[in-house]
Write a protein that binds this ligand. Structure first.
Ligand code: COA
Length: 260
């Protein structure tokens, strides 16, 4: 597939989705959000793709935010639409994606960029990364899930402070805040993400999809995550992966999951 604002590559079960607008520090304009949606849809349909690594081109930015030039003259209604459409097309789509999505945060992850990294299932950052939600410095609030996902990850008080001060934290502090799971050197970022993807891919991808649903249910208002867990647990018993996984264990051999 070819895109203008992103790169979409595939190798050994991994889809690499890379935001590619270096002159704008990979800021998310409407076209980029649409292309990301299409790339994720393609990754969902492609049976060979097991894990997605989401990153930004270059050494400076993951994503420096939503493209400010696109919304500076928006009305209230247009602002609301921007957030609603973006959340549906990209941020919620990624958060609920049935295959693991790892954000490899390679530089600035600001505003919509940090919101995109937070929508991913987990984050690895290089040591030059800087993260923040600077929206209130522009007179708006985070609109792509930031007011919800940041407190889920770092706690309410830290989220309040980060959003109110509009400040940035570095990779070490992000690690201390549980905003990222690991910090690597810049060179090691993608190899580390690939190594992690490799560990994931040894397991049942069907079971992993069920686990994503159950974990996410914990953060959805009005849903009982324990009930979703029971449903998904039960569903696992009807899969070929379950038969293979248990049989491999009992026969003391390595499982070779069919992914069904
Ligand atoms: N939207 C649109 N354009 C952006 C952008 C954004 N969020 N972030 C960066 N850019 C553009 C700049 O306008 C500049 O474009 P130009 O060369 O055509 O003028 C280019 O990317 C390089 O950015 P620049 O500001 O010159 O780089 P810097 O190294 O001096 O500063 C940042 C880097 C990240 C600190 C700075 O770009 C910034 O503060 N960006 C906005 C962050 C933000 O508020 N994001 C939240 C949006 S809701």
């Amino acid at each position: 597939m070819s895109f203008e604002n992103i790169k979409f590559e595939e190798n050994d079960g991994i889809a690499y989705i890379t935001i590619d607008r270096p002159t704008k520090l990979n800021a998310l304009n409407k076209a980029t959000i649409q292309e990301l949606h299409e790339a994720f849809e393609a990754a969902q349909e492609d049976g060979d793709i097991k894990v997605i690594i989401l990153t930004g081109i270059g050494e400076k930015a993951f994503v420096a935010g939503a493209d400010i030039s696109e919304f500076s003259d928006f009305s209230k209604e247009e602002g609301k639409q921007l957030a609603a459409q973006g959340q549906e097309k990209l941020f919620d789509f990624v958060a609920n994606f049935p295959k693991p999505v790892i954000a490899a945060v390679n530089g600035f992850a600001l505003g919509g960029g940090l919101e995109l990294a937070m929508a991913a299932h987990f984050r690895i950052a290089s040591d030059n990364a800087k993260m923040g939600l600077p929206e209130v410095s522009l007179g708006v609030i985070p609109g792509y899930g930031g007011t919800q996902r940041l407190p889920q990850l770092v706690g309410k008080g830290r989220a309040m402070e980060m959003i109110m001060t509009a400040g940035m934290i570095d990779a070490r502090q992000a690690l201390e805040y549980n905003l990222v799971n690991h910090v690597t050197t810049q060179e090691e970022l993608i190899p580390f993400a690939e190594k992690t993807a490799g560990k994931i891919m040894k397991n049942s991808m069907v079971a992993i999809s069920g686990a994503i649903k159950a974990i996410n249910a914990n953060f959805e208002a009005g849903r009982n995550g324990f009930e979703v867990e029971i449903e998904e647990f039960g569903r696992s018993f009807g899969t070929e992966d379950f038969k293979e996984g248990t049989s491999a264990f009992l026969h003391k051999r390595k499982a070779n999951f069919p992914g069904k």
